[in-house]
Ligand binder design. Sequence first.
Ligand code: MF3
Ligand code: CO
Ligand code: CO
Length: 281
Amino acid sequence: MTEYQTISRYDATAPAHRSGSIKLHGPAGFAGMRAAGRLAAEIMDALVPHVVPGVTTQELDDLVFKLMSDAGAHPATLGYRGYMKSSCTSINHVVCHGIPGPKPLKDGDIVNIDVTPVLNGWHGDTSRMYLVGDVPVKARRLVDVTYECLMLGLEQAKPGNMLGDISHAIQSHAERNRYSVVRDFCGHGLGQLFHDAPEVVHAGKPGTGPELRPGMFFTVEPMINIGKATCKVLEDGWTAVTRDRSLSAQFEHSIGITDTGCEIFTLSPKGWHKPPYLPAA
Ligand code: MF3
Ligand code: CO
Ligand code: CO
């Protein structure tokens, strides 16, 4: 996700239909995003058997790099603003942008893995939560509600609705479960660029923001905390954590607005939408 810009392009005084800076893509864009998004989702699926106690996040990152390379893609994150990994691995109270390294996952952890392969110039950006071994119900409930937040947001992603309708659906569901929505990072337009307009905030009022139009491509990627919403970034300049060290979860899809709703480019081919990721019987 991108850092939330405090000077918003969508300020309250601007006209309600200001979607002019948001690109509208045609069939070639949909085809490009479909392929990049599918690869991203296949990588998420392929990681499932590897996310176990004892594996290091660097080993997972190495696998992500190999899967992208083998598919003729490259990681958008590698070299992005000085970030030097192929994925982000955000464990427990890490909100986002956790840097893969020598730390092994341990039983009971929850971890978000976020990947963005660039395939033929198109960016497929997605993340899922993974449960490491036996995870307490308190954490599993956070993961479930966070997934529901994403999907309730996506139900609002259709022409005629406003971007704020998505934000509102996410915030309402999080808060009725007594969780908080992270405000410091947001979703983003994407396509041939990794981060583009619009900024997709995950809390807001219905009927606000730009109007959704067919051909808009963006991510929705809510970060939901058990405790307070406030975050801080560690000394490494990337790792964002909850200030109160409460658990945080996130799911991300890349979507395109269609004539009737949205196409989710990053859906799991295996149907592994949220954990537990059980192999087909
Ligand atoms: N994939 C992240 C997103 O959802 C961005 C990660 S940027 C990085 O937008 F540099 F931290 F990798
Ligand atoms: Co993103
Ligand atoms: Co991402």
